[in-house]
Ligand binder design. Structure first.
Ligand SMILES: NC(=O)c1ccc[n+]([C@@H]2O[C@H](COP(=O)([O-])OP(=O)(O)OC[C@H]3O[C@@H](n4cnc5c(N)ncnc54)[C@H](O)[C@@H]3O)[C@@H](O)[C@H]2O)c1
Length: 351
């Protein structure tokens, strides 16, 4: 007589959102609407900043890149993202940034979601940038320069159109093929797309400058003379020790806004400054505790590195889409014996 192998219990199952599911969710909702909704989730979590456990992300550096874990918890849920950053990857046909993440129930520690986060990171980064720009960019901003036209580029452009009212995006990349790709993808987005042959041409007339390049070095994507009065800089690509995009003189002329200072001082543009240099936490601006843009002529800089709370918000958002979209499968991910102590017996009965 053969004994039947135990089948996984209901408690063993964790919803898994694959890349294909994520694309189904994005295309079903629409990327502009989804980033607008993500920005609302992120903003809501920034408004309860003090209720989160916070730590600089845990980074494992190598010569070619970094692998990072980004955990946080609000006491009810716990979330983390695994993410890499390898600027040389693109040359070998790999993505610079890939990610996946988990959301768990703090009460019993069981995961409630496992999801791809490569696409989701691009969406949440753009949503965060545009949300910050609502508080920091000039109200009249209609033109954005986009320097670096890789994986993040189109998401940034679409989020700034949806949330900030940008109408024209001026593209520049050292690789013209990247600019041509972005221009192609943005056709029909409602944005006026202007491919440029130099950084100088790209920033001409732009009230917002987004730098979104990938290079593992202290790069100088913007020099001081390229940044005029009143501009808002959305600096995305300087996000690791030894990896920056802006000349130090620009930082000295700017009002600097950051996510979590303890992490940004290690990874952001401000690693070039004295550790005591004054910065403003974005959540305080959102709460009305600190001013955002004060004058038409000041230069504002969002020194973005990407913080765990943004990923937590994105994980919450995707969890909330599961029932409505059905875009997931149940993964037999947790060993869950009928008798919680009989893990060994469960393994033996499966033989
Ligand atoms: N702050 C955040 O939250 C956050 C989130 C995601 C990614 N990032 C960072 O953003 C950057 C871009 O990410 P990606 O996924 O788009 O990378 P990617 O490799 O797909 O694209 C980067 C682009 O930058 C271009 N580039 C490199 N040096 C340049 C220069 N000197 N001038 C103009 N263009 C240049 C490359 O040709 C490439 O097209 C990376 O550095 C990544 O680490 C930050």
């Amino acid at each position: 007589m053969t004994t039947q192998k135990p089948s996984p219990s209901r408690l063993a199952m964790v919803p898994f959102v694959s890349v294909a599911h994520m694309m189904e969710i994005v295309n079903g909702i629409g990327s502009a609407k989804m980033m607008t909704e993500l920005a609302e989730y992120i903003e809501r979590d920034f408004r309860r900043w003090e209720s989160f456990d916070k730590t600089p992300r845990v980074a494992a550096h190598s010569n070619e890149g970094v692998i990072e874990l980004m955990p946080t918890s609000d006491g009810e849920n716990y979330g983390f993202k695994y993410v890499n950053g390898h600027p040389k990857n693109m040359r070998d046909g790999y993505q610079t940034v890939t990610a996946f993440g988990v959301l768990s129930n703090v009460d019993n520690g069981y995961p409630v979601l496992l999801t791809e986060m490569t696409v989701l990171t691009a969406l949440r980064t753009a949503a965060t940038s545009a949300m910050a720009a609502k508080y920091l960019a000039p109200k009249s901003a209609r033109t954005m320069a986009m320097i670096g036209n890789g994986a993040q580029c189109e998401f940034q452009a679409i989020a700034f159109r949806a949330l900030v009212g940008v109408e024209e995006v001026r593209l520049f990349d050292i690789d013209p093929a990247a600019t041509a790709k972005a221009a192609r993808n943005l056709a029909g987005s409602g944005l006026r797309v202007v491919p440029c042959r130099s950084k100088e041409e790209a920033v001409a007339g732009a009230e917002v400058i987004t730098t979104c390049t990938a290079d593992k070095q202290y790069a100088t994507i913007l020099t001081d003379n390229m940044v005029g009065a009143g501009v808002h800089i959305n600096a995305i690509g300087g996000d690791c020790p030894g990896k920056t995009e802006l000349h130090r003189d620009i930082l000295l002329r700017s009002e600097i806004f950051v996510e979590y200072p303890e992490q940004t001082r290690i990874e952001g543009e401000i690693q070039q400054l004295d550790p005591g240099h004054a910065v403003t936490e974005l959540w305080r601006v959102i709460m009305g505790e600190e001013p955002g843009r004060r004058t038409e002529t000041q230069i504002t800089l969002f020194d973005s590195v990407g913080f765990a709370i943004e990923d937590f918000s994105a994980l919450r958002y995707i969890r909330d889409q599961l029932e409505r979209t059905g875009a997931y499968i149940e993964l037999d991910m947790l060993a869950d014996p009928d008798d919680p102590r009989d893990l060994f017996g469960m393994v033996r009965r499966a033989s």
